[in-house]
Ligand binder design. Structure first.
Ligand code: F6R
Length: 250
């Protein structure tokens, strides 16, 4: 676990980690996340790309999730977020980035298609993750089976409330989303989890010290052999149990 100072520290550490990962291989499949936490990381990666330090020409990407029912052009869709905040500023070819299609006519079939595409592309090498205040990863809400694959979910009220800040009103926040499942996430070869802000303290504490259980989806990460956690001091202090070593060596 790496503890960093503030949003800038987190963004730099995470971007450097991703660039180092890419440097070690000719091609890579990245799993990507949205939300507020990785925004700075994408900014930093764009800056590094513009300075010639990294190319995404041989990178394929798969996002964790997308709302059901929002068009790609909707400013609250994750398609829009990824294009605006990352893809349109880097050299990743259009046919190499993927998000679940939340407007697909057959949403269940879309979940299978998405899983298949990930497999056909060789599986995810590095999965970037954020964490919800309730411990969700992707849109896998508390209680989601650790055996879950890409599926449709009904969003928790707490998640809709947390995400309402991006919409005009809470009623506009979609009630459903497509998300990669816990098992799909755990298949990534490496996982990079970013945790920022004191409101994430409790979820971080569960991840570090709590029992592994489906009530707190992020605890599934403890079953994975290669997870790197980058935490800002606010989240770390809010989570810290004095005198206790945690599992990630912080
Ligand atoms: C987004 C995602 C979510 C977020 C989580 C934290 O693709 O998968 O699990 O990572 O809701 O969101 P922020 O970063 O906005 O606190």
């Amino acid at each position: 676990m790496k503890i960093v100072n503030g949003k800038d520290g987190l963004a730099k550490e995470a971007a450097n980690y991703i660039v180092e990962h890419l440097k070690k291989r000719d091609a890579s499949v990245l799993g990507l996340a949205t939300g507020s936490t990785p925004v700075g990381t994408y900014k930093e990666l764009i800056a590094m790309h513009k300075e010639g330090k990294v190319s995404f020409a041989n990178v394929h990407t798969f996002n964790l999730d997308e709302y059901v029912g929002l068009k790609n052009t909707d400013t609250n869709s994750y398609h829009y977020y990824m294009k605006e905040l990352f893809f349109s500023h880097i050299d990743v070819p259009e046919d190499q980035f993927h998000l679940p299609k939340g407007t697909a006519e057959d949403i269940e079939a879309e979940c299978h298609t998405y899983e298949k595409l990930i497999r056909q592309t060789g599986g995810i090498d590095l999965q970037l993750l954020g964490i919800g205040t309730n411990g969700h990863i992707g849109f896998n809400e508390p209680g989601t089976s650790f055996q879950s694959r890409t599926h449709v979910v009904t969003l928790d009220e707490s998640t809709r409330e947390a995400n309402a800040r991006f919409f005009d009103a809470i009623e506009d926040v979609p009630t459903h989303a497509i998300t990669m499942g816990i098992e799909s996430i755990l298949e990534a070869k490496d996982i990079l989890l970013l945790v920022a802000g004191k409101e994430k303290g409790e979820a971080l504490s569960e991840l570090l010290y709590g029992d592994v259980r489906e009530d707190i989806p992020a605890t599934a990460l403890r079953k994975h052999p290669s997870v790197t956690v980058i935490v800002d001091t606010e989240a770390y202090q809010a989570a810290k149990i004095p005198g206790e070593e945690n599992l990630y060596g912080g």
